[in-house]
Ligand binder design. Structure first.
Ligand code: 8YV
Length: 329
């Protein structure tokens, strides 16, 4: 019988997934679930046939310079692969896969939750009751007023799977859909969503009430929302980000929020995770979440299932379903 491939998993995965992996592969698990240090990562890539990393593992050119000749596959547990230098991996003959699709709806749900929570001050109200031990002055005509969602304009940056799933939800809440993307979505999608395409992000930003970031982090989207672009947004507008912190210049955003140049923000992702910019913590008009948009039990099990299929298909000598093609810049 063929020797089973050594699969090194960098974080603790759902039990059912670990058990299944154990049957199929010679698997080395990270039982105590600590984020791997660079030294541990280097040791892992020297030995593994397959590495299963997550968003918390930086697999850059330095780490890839140390890989052993047996490493042929990096099967990311996650959809975004901005933690991996995919181009360098390709040049070293290493295939990279990810887990697209299975976290689309969960991420879109959390995006919608933030779109509702920030303008309607959901966290503000909840925090008030908690901080005041359940005591409050009682109803008042002018207390805890937020802004209406219905009828407003939503500007989605990145109309991929997640952007489209956000648009579908937002339509049910009476939002008008606008979007910016490298290219227009196909006609069927545009028609279904009655979405307006903006080739110019600058023009869209000046027009919409809520901006939602749903694009990947790539060299082309790094600090896409920089100080200049944030200034184009209206002072009564909001921004939500469930994609990657790096797409927004976080210091510029904190400044704009402090100055009242933007009304509020809902952020599930940050530039220097797990660190949250301290300037954001102090602001009342922001809702901050610890990167949990895809955090459902169902989603994590399906992500693990995809990782297993990708490894198995690759080991059987076929092209894995979720191979990541390095972007042509
Ligand atoms: C994943 C994510 O859970 O899939 C992504 O891109 O950001 C997450 O929600 C994480 O990446 C796990 O690696």
């Amino acid at each position: 019988t063929q020797k089973k491939p050594l699969v090194i998993v960098t974080r603790k995965l759902p039990d059912v997934i670990e058990a299944r992996m154990d049957e199929l592969f010679d698997v080395r698990l990270n039982k105590d679930d600590h984020p791997m240090t660079t030294a541990e990562l280097v040791a892992a890539v020297r030995e593994a046939d397959v590495l299963v990393p997550t968003v918390t593992d930086r697999i850059d050119a330095k780490v890839l310079a140390q890989v052993g000749p047996q490493l042929r596959l990096i099967a990311q547990f996650g959809t975004g692969v901005d933690n991996i230098d995919v181009e360098t991996a390709r040049r070293r003959g290493i295939t990279v896969t990810n887990t697209p699709g299975v976290l689309t709806e969960d991420t879109a749900d959390m995006t919608m939750a933030l779109i509702l929570a920030v303008p309607r001050r959901l966290a503000d109200g909840a925090r008030y009751l908690r901080d005041h031990n359940g005591e409050w002055p009682g109803w008042s005509p002018t207390w805890m007023l937020g802004r209406r969602i219905f009828g407003k304009r939503l500007g989605i940056i990145g109309m991929g799977r997640i952007g489209q799933a956000v648009a579908r939800r937002a339509r049910a809440f009476g939002l008008e859909i606008h979007y910016h993307n490298r290219k227009p979505a196909n006609a069927v999608i545009e028609k279904e969503l009655e979405a307006t395409y903006w080739e110019s992000l600058d023009q869209m930003l000046a027009k919409v009430d809520i901006v939602s970031v749903n694009c990947p982090h790539t060299p082309a989207t790094y600090h896409l929302l920089n100080a200049r672009r944030l200034k184009l947004m209206r002072p009564d507008s909001y921004i939500v980000n469930t994609a990657r912190g790096e797409v927004i210049d976080e210091n510029a955003l904190a400044r704009a929020l402090e100055a009242g140049e933007i009304a509020g923000a809902g952020l599930d992702v940050f530039e220097q995770e797990p660190t949250v910019n301290p300037r954001l913590i102090g602001l009342d008009n922001v809702v901050l979440l610890p990167h949990m948009s895809s955090a459902t039990i169902e989603g994590r099990v399906e992500m693990g299932g995809k990782v297993i299929v990708n490894i198995k298909t690759f080991m059987d000598g076929h092209r894995p379903p979720d191979r990541v093609i390095p972007a042509i810049m």
